[in-house]
Ligand binder design. Structure first.
Ligand code: SF4
Length: 850
């Protein structure tokens, strides 16, 4: 009998043994363009934390910008950390493992500064989830010298109070303006030796945009609301930090390319920041002013570099209102000129109906039709005037008509209910508008069945908007209005979706709440609330129980109309737009009078600009050189490869790369080809794809030394060059080990092997020789397997496993032949022959070796 292995899993091993964990590639951390530095060269370890799972966090562009800015500094290492999925969290608790960063698997608690991005109120409990997983005290005042400083940034900090207790510092405004000032202050503080934690906070407190909650005491007003009053030597109000010139702001030209299915799996180019349309419900339209556009020459320089560095097949323009970019058609022309030959699609999110010209739509169509979305927000013209959405029905009809005539099949419409002054007549108008658009689509003929997807959300009167004094409608009233609309739009060709009113209610409370909410958030977390933004995790009953337990009435934050002159819990935050302007806008709203966009009319005096350093920056006002693609005349963009040849490439998939799924590997190779500069042939049709054909899909968790795929590549690239360039563009664990001309296969034919040999290494147990002898001596060794259709079959393992060879106490090699009608894996053999428990099997390292 062999002895049991004494190899206990080490900390590092825990993060490599991800078998049985959902979407394990979330936790691998060596995506293309990741940065891992040598720890001995680092003075400051900065964790960029996002209180959501990887797929959502990696879709946030801000984290990419900060990653790039911080990692440019030779003595700073910035690494990412996301909320672990519930299954991994359970395993972490069971095995007493703390939360670690993606790159170096450094425990979060060992970083010097942790910077959380707060983008959405319903991620607040996840901050506590991550702090607890890292072993960091929740309350900033309970952190001693060795515990990292915990900082927050992102749009939610414009009302920091519900979360202020949990942070040492909060950043209001553009993080890239502030982050290096904070890290420099930290370096100086550290170099000076024995200074206290408080001392660093005092240095941070004088940086524009930085709020140190502990330096502002709480005072209760006459209505029971809590306000922040500054102590001595700190600014009375925290002024939003703003990047004045986007052309000079840092841009990640080699952004990380996430694994899996991130919400935004495409290259994003930020073409402008801020919006001065002045929609009165829109917080982003107030807190990011003024409009600052990037020049076309800078965008094109960034686009070329980032397409080459990422290999992305989709590119999306990022801004609050892309259609308002003042030279959009010129920009699209330049981008298409670069992207079309490379089969890179360009999409334009959040575009206003009145900005969608036919030439623009034609331009988008040239590579790939992307989604088509219009946000009328309100159904009636009266209500659109109240909210300052200067969009008339004719614009909406024309945009939809043009979209359909150009081949789009689906139009998405966004509306809000519960807007100030809304009456049933406005809901009737909404229904009529959607029905009218449906009629328009149907008029294109019986063979063109268009779809209208209507999304409805309950209006939330967010802080720092002209509607911040208005009440939010109750949950019951929201249901009444939503049901009335849905009932009347139940017809073919229209779908209606809405955000659950309970979610909007809680979002409103946490957006508008004061510091009493922090106790509620902590109690809700302790009651099990986390991932509240996910409908399957959202537990409204627990939240209400948490408000009850803390004696806080949530309705007081949202259902009461406030006086225009009463103090508000976020008054100590100065977003640069003045309260006088917001009050004036509120009055105009009630009169249904519009305020023009300062890009088209004169300045409306919102207060955001000082007209010295800060003012609107528009591409149309820039010199001609900045409004062109920046290429010297005569330079031609990359041409197509004229001839193609088919090759078979052999590759290995080892280490943590074994946790990449088949689609992830496919995407990785597609993008690696683009990054390597080796041209690959594309299929024809609406969605051209690189011609890569894989023989077999390798299951997640299985390593391999012998995978193959076919590719149709530029005939002028020899195999050695191809291997070298492709390997340079690949990641740790995926290596091309051979390339040879493909033998022509008949159409659809795939290589089918007779089976494979696997090496299995165990980490907790050893292989008992008796069990193997029993298997070897048996004439038959039957197991039962149930296939996906629920049909159970008996399979004789002796027919499928001709050989098992022990290599050591903890490793063996086994050969598996293909079974008819069943796919057998080494895990099935471990289960049947040795009867190992599932956790041992999940942790085993299995490699296909031949
Ligand atoms: S201060 Fe004037 S120009 Fe500047 S964003 Fe406000 S309205 Fe526009």
């Amino acid at each position: 009998m062999t002895r049991s292995s004494s190899r206990a899993p080490s900390d590092a091993h825990f993060w490599e043994a991800l078998g049985g964990i959902e979407q394990p590639s979330r936790y691998i951390g060596f995506e293309p363009n990741h940065i891992r530095k040598r720890p001995e060269e680092i003075k400051l370890f900065f964790a960029l934390a996002f209180p959501e799972m990887y797929e959502i966090g990696m879709s946030h562009f801000g984290i990419q910008i900060l990653y790039h800015i911080l990692n440019r500094e030779p003595d700073i290492a910035a690494e990412r950390v996301f909320a672990p999925g519930p299954d991994l969290y359970e395993r972490m608790v069971r095995e007493n493992q703390p939360l670690v960063s993606l790159e170096s698997k450094r425990p979060l608690r060992d970083f010097d500064i942790i910077g959380f991005s707060l983008l959405y109120e319903l991620t607040y409990t996840n901050v506590l989830y991550m702090l607890e997983s890292a072993g960091i005290p929740f309350d900033a005042r309970n952190r001693d010298g060795k515990v990292p400083f915990v900082v927050a940034g992102g749009p939610c900090t414009v009302n920091p109070e519900p979360m202020a207790r949990f942070f040492d510092a909060m950043v209001v405004g553009d993080g890239e303006r502030v982050v290096l000032a904070m890290t420099n202050a930290w370096m100086n503080w550290k170099n000076e030796g024995a200074a206290s934690r408080e001392d660093l906070l005092e240095r941070w407190a004088v940086i524009e945009g930085v709020y140190i909650p502990r330096f502002y005491h709480v005072q209760t007003d006459g209505l029971g609301f809590r306000l922040r009053i500054p102590e001595a030597n700190v600014p009375a109000r925290i002024r939003r930090a703003v990047v004045a010139d986007l052309d000079r702001a840092a841009f990640p030209e080699s952004p990380l390319v996430p694994f899996g299915k991130p919400v935004h799996d495409r290259l994003r180019l930020e073409i402008s920041r801020g919006c001065s349309r002045g929609c009165r419900f829109c917080q982003a339209g107030m807190i990011y002013r003024p409009v600052r556009e990037r020049s076309i020459s800078t965008i094109m320089k960034q686009a070329r570099a980032a397409v080459d560095a990422t290999g992305y097949e989709d590119l999306s323009l990022l801004s609050l209102s892309t259609g308002d970019y003042t030279e959009l058609e010129r920009l699209m022309d330049a981008l298409m000129g670069h992207c079309e030959p490379l089969h890179v699609a360009v999409s334009l999110p959040s575009i206003r109906a009145d900005r969608l010209s036919k030439p623009l739509m034609e331009a988008i169509k040239r590579v790939r039709k992307t989604g088509f979305t219009i946000a009328p927000e309100a159904g009636s013209q009266r209500l659109r005037n109240v909210i300052n959405k200067n969009l008339v029905e004719e614009d909406i009809r024309k945009a939809v008509e043009d979209a359909f005539s150009l081949g789009w099949q689906v139009v998405k419409l966004y509306f809000m209910i519960g807007l100030p002054t809304e009456e049933d007549a406005d809901l009737d108008a909404l229904v009529d508008l959607v029905k009218g658009l449906r009629g328009l689509l149907r008029s294109f003929g019986k063979h063109r069945r268009g779809e209208i997807h209507t999304s409805l959300a309950t209006f939330i009167p967010k802080p720092h908007t002209p509607f911040q004094w208005e009440p939010q409608i109750s949950i019951d009233e929201a249901y009444r209005r939503l049901s009335s609309i849905r009932h009347r739009l139940q017809m073919p060709g229209i779908s209606v979706k809405w955000q659950q009113p309970e979610v909007s209610f809680l979002e409103g409370v946490l957006a508008r709440g004061d510091d009493r909410c922090s106790a509620v958030i902590e109690t809700a977390y302790r009651m099990g609330c986390r991932f509240d933004g996910w409908s399957d995790h959202f537990r409204f009953d627990r939240w209400m129980a948490a408000f009850d337990a803390e004696g806080v009435d949530p309705t007081a934050f949202v259902h009461r109309k406030r006086e225009l002159d009463e103090p508000l819990p976020w008054d100590h935050i100065d977003i640069r737009v003045t309260k006088d302007f917001l009050q004036a806008e509120h009055r105009l709203a009630m009169e249904g009078r519009p305020t023009p966009d300062c890009r088209q009319a004169e300045c409306s005096g919102c207060g955001a600009c000082d007209f010295d350093i800060l003012q609107p920056v528009l591409c149309r006002d820039m010199p001609e050189a900045d409004r062109s693609d920046g290429l010297p005349s005569g330079v031609v963009e990359r041409p197509y490869a004229p001839r193609w040849k088919s090759v078979v490439l052999r590759y290995t998939k080892t280490g943590s790369a074994r946790f990449l799924g088949h689609l992830e590997v496919y995407n990785l190779f597609c993008r690696a080809f683009r990054r390597s500069g080796v041209s690959v042939e594309f299929s024809e049709g609406f969605h051209p794809k690189p011609k890569l054909s894989f023989d077999e899909a390798l299951p997640i968790g299985l390593a391999s030394m012998c995978e193959t795929f076919r590719a149709s590549v530029d005939a002028d690239t020899d195999c050695n060059t191809l291997v070298e360039r492709l390997n340079h563009a690949l990641i740790e664990g995926i290596r091309i080990i051979g390339c040879e001309p493909a033998i022509p296969a008949s159409k659809g034919q795939k290589t089918q092997s007779n089976g494979a040999t696997y090496r299995v290494t165990l980490f907790r147990n050893g292989f008992h020789r008796e069990a193997l002898v029993r298997f070897e001596q048996a004439d038959t060794f039957e197991i039962t397997r149930t296939n996906r259709k629920g049909i159970t079959r008996r399979i004789d393992l002796k027919q499928i496993v001709p050989e098992i060879r022990l290599l050591s106490d903890t490793s063996c090699e086994m050969r598996l032949l293909h079974a008819q009608d069943a796919v057998l894996r080494p895990a099935d053999v471990l289960r049947a022959v040795w009867q190992f428990p599932e956790e041992v099997i999940q942790e085993a390292e299995v490699t296909k070796v031949a």
